[in-house]
Ligand binder design. Structure first.
Ligand SMILES: [Ca+2]
Length: 413
């Protein structure tokens, strides 16, 4: 039985040997394959998450926000700002404004940050001989007389009723806006809101003006966004700031509105009322020529906007009037450089002081005074009226005109 199966046993041994050989070869092949295979991708080192990527070489570092600023939430819209909302609450409490309506109006504000640069511009002080020609010149004298002729009855009536010389009403409107030609194009609500909340140096002043402006608009029954004015919020032909508009503007024609933009009666009466409220006295001189001696007067020149001394008291400073004076009025010394190196000395009386309440500048008040005198002289004597300037014809226009004439002649032929 057992002797009968040797062949199969041998065949099995050979088979096992072959299988082992195959297994060995397979294992060897696997080992070789492993040694040649590329490294596993997942085993690559990864950059650390908090490692900053390198900046491109042309990165604009200055324009990048600092890391902590970049993390801040965006600021609230203007109307929702805490300072604006505090102002809204104040107006609601003190003047009965509807806070929702006010907030909605502040949402419509278009902030004008560019005006702040104008406020910060250093003021340049020019000598009077350079300042004067901008305001006291043939064009303004002629336009002033034209304005006077156009509204002669109205000007006379307002001057009479308020007790103000008409030439000063006419003159100041010319100095301010060229009789309404330059009244300003800014929306007053925009510029006042910008200055009130984004100009800390004068925030108190502009918040007060904004309050007066909103009260004025409510009293007039007008949309605050309908008022236009200068970059500082001065309005109409007389350029009243809102507080002056609110306190001094007049309704001359009795239509229930104080319209200082288009209504000439309201405009003239408002200016006259402003003058009188600041001490204008009809028939009194504005300025007197003065004489000075020594150096004691110099401190007075620095304090030029107040009436501290009577003329008799100014003698102690070496200042006296060059002409006889009735009574002993209060006066302020006004030195003005009328030509390079030439200083004229004047005594400004109460009416001069009233002009400086309109604009706190000796140069300004002197220009209003001189323009008033020149307009009055030309109004009374038309021979003094400066001629209308001839329109300037440029050479190019002359050439074109000649060519047009030639073409016409050719067509006729
Ligand atoms: Ca009116």
């Amino acid at each position: 039985m057992s002797g009968a199966r040797p062949k199969p046993a041998r065949r099995q041994d050979r088979m096992e040997t072959v299988l082992r050989l195959v297994a060995f070869l397979l294992a060897l092949a696997a080992l070789c394959a492993q040694a040649d295979s590329p490294p596993d991708q997942t085993a690559q080192p990864v950059p650390q998450q908090d490692e900053a990527p390198a900046l491109p070489v042309d990165a604009d570092i200055d324009s990048m926000p600092p890391a902590d600023e970049a993390q801040l939430p965006p600021p609230p819209p203007f109307a929702e700002r805490a300072d604006v909302q505090a102002f809204v609450d104040e107006l609601a409490l003190q003047h009965g404004f509807n806070p929702l309506v006010l907030t909605e109006q502040f949402r419509q504000v278009d902030l004008r940050p560019n005006i702040l640069a104008i406020f910060d511009r250093p003021s340049t002080s020019r000598p009077y001989y350079q300042f004067r020609p901008d305001f006291v010149n043939p064009t303004r004298i002629r336009l002033g007389v034209e304005f006077w002729h156009s509204h002669a009855e109205l000007i006379a009536a307002v001057a009479e009723q308020y007790g103000v010389e008409p030439e000063y009403l006419v003159s100041i409107l010319g100095v301010e806006t060229l009789w309404g030609r330059n009244t300003g194009k800014f929306r007053v609500m925009d510029v006042l809101s910008t200055a009130a909340f984004d100009y800390p140096r004068r925030a108190d002043f502009f918040r007060s003006e904004l309050r007066e402006f909103l009260l004025l608009a409510r009293e007039e029954g007008s949309d605050p966004f309908g008022f236009r004015g200068s970059y500082a919020g001065a309005m109409g032909m007389p350029q009243f700031m809102p507080s002056s508009y609110h306190r001094f503007a007049q309704d001359w024609d009795g239509d229930g509105h104080r319209d200082i933009r288009d209504n000439t009666g309201d405009i003239l009466a408002s200016v006259a009322n402003y003058f009188v409220a600041h001490g204008w006295a009809k028939g009194q001189p504005v300025l007197l020529p003065a004489q000075v001696e020594g150096e004691a007067w110099q401190p007075l020149a620095a304090d030029k906007f107040n009436l501290h001394y009577r003329i008799s008291e100014l003698a102690a400073f070496g200042v006296r009037s060059a002409v006889a004076v009735e009574g002993d009025p209060l006066a302020v010394l006004a030195p003005l450089e009328s030509a390079p190196g030439v200083t004229d000395f004047w005594l400004g009386l109460g009416n001069f002081y009233a002009l400086t309440r309109y604009n706190r500048s000796t140069l300004y008040a002197m220009a209003v005074h001189e323009l008033a005198l020149a307009i009055k002289a030309a109004w009374l004597d038309p021979s003094l009226l400066p001629p209308k300037p001839q329109p300037v014809v440029r050479k190019a226009n002359k050439r074109k005109a000649k060519q047009a004439v030639k073409r016409k002649k050719v067509r006729r032929k």
